[in-house]
Design a protein around this ligand. Structure first.
Ligand code: NAP
Length: 283
């Protein structure tokens, strides 16, 4: 039994990323540029409001301007797109984040697609997704990029490993599968119609949980010595993995909280600073 699993400390990885950003933000400010992330929240979903607030506060702690736009639950697709287009044309805004999910009556895909590719710091557009699939994205989706950053920070091997990703959403499961594939992992992508899920997960040297169901991945699904990355974040600070049970089998595992979450936010800040630098140094 691997009873000494390495706890992959996301807070530490996030701090490293943010430390490196401090001097870059200062350098931009010296040139009269304040990096700026615009966040758009539509409606009053409390979890979404919390996520947006966390992202805005993280920006401000680092000297990045946080432009917070809160639209009413009755906002139409056209109104939302008009706001996004205004932000696209605003020279002072470097990144745009539309908090998912938006109310059901809004065409979320159309709204995502309205974000200019140069400001798509959360990698939500189809073009951003395609660039990521080719390994050429300036701004891959933040949570998948965070998962890769954790693997790299701890020097955990990817090439040749069998990665099993549970979840195939366009912002998480699919892009992380492509990123792992681009790093020469052999990737199995599982979803709600997958048959024999437990058996497939048992084959994973790397397991990524991106399901949205608390403690869904069971300890006895984990292969001895596997590396487990839990992107899930459910009510009560519970991940998608049965953490305690997985600890007994895995060689390394991300906790919830303080795992993938803080690195996702640090990645968003990094992408915003990258976008501001591109404007200054490659106008
Ligand atoms: P999502 O859009 O709801 O996608 C969930 C995926 O899980 C879908 O592909 C779904 O399959 C699959 N699934 C559902 N039930 C399943 C089952 N019984 N067996 C196998 N697969 C199943 O969710 P998401 O946006 O990707 O988010 C996933 C989790 O990550 C959530 O807990 C969310 O809170 C968390 N998250 C965390 C961060 C962060 O910063 N840490 C960021 C984003 C999301 P189908 O495609 O067949 O429906």
């Amino acid at each position: 039994m691997a009873d000494n699993a390495l706890i992959l400390n996301g807070t530490m990885v996030a701090d490293r990323i943010k430390e490196e950003l401090t001097s870059r933000v200062e350098a931009l400010k010296a040139k009269g540029i304040v990096p700026c992330l615009a966040t758009i929240l539509v409606g009053d979903d409390p979890s979404s409001a919390t996520y947006v607030r966390m992202k805005g506060n993280a920006c401000e702690r680092l000297g990045i301007e946080s432009r917070r736009i809160h639209l009413g639950a009755g906002t139409t697709t056209e109104e939302l797109i008009a706001v996004i287009e205004q932000l696209n044309g605003d020279e002072d805004v470097h990144g745009i984040l539309l908090q998912h999910p938006v109310p059901h009556h809004i065409d979320e895909r159309a709204a995502f697609e309205a974000i200019a590719i140069g400001k798509d710091v959360d990698g939500v557009t189809m073009l951003g997704f395609a660039q990521n699939a080719f390994g050429q994205a300036d701004y891959p989706s933040c949570t998948p990029a965070a998962i890769m950053a954790i693997l790299d920070h701890y020097d955990l091997p990817i090439e040749g490993k069998h990665a099993v990703v549970v979840g195939r959403s366009p912002i998480l499961g699919k892009p992380v599968s492509l990123m792992l594939l681009n790093r020469n992992a052999t990737v199995t992508v599982c979803h709600s119609k997958t048959e024999g899920l437990a058996e497939l997960v048992r084959q994973g040297d790397i397991v990524v949980a991106a399901v949205g169901k608390p403690a869904f991945i069971q300890g006895d699904w984990i292969k001895e010595g596997a590396v487990v990355l839990d992107a899930g974040y459910n009510k009560g600070n519970i991940g998608d993995v049965d953490y305690e049970a997985c600890l007994a089998k895995a060689s390394a595992v991300t906790p919830v909280p303080a795992g993938v979450g803080p690195v996702t936010i640090a990645t968003l800040l990094k992408h915003t600073v990258d976008a501001a630098e591109r404007r200054v140094f490659q106008p």
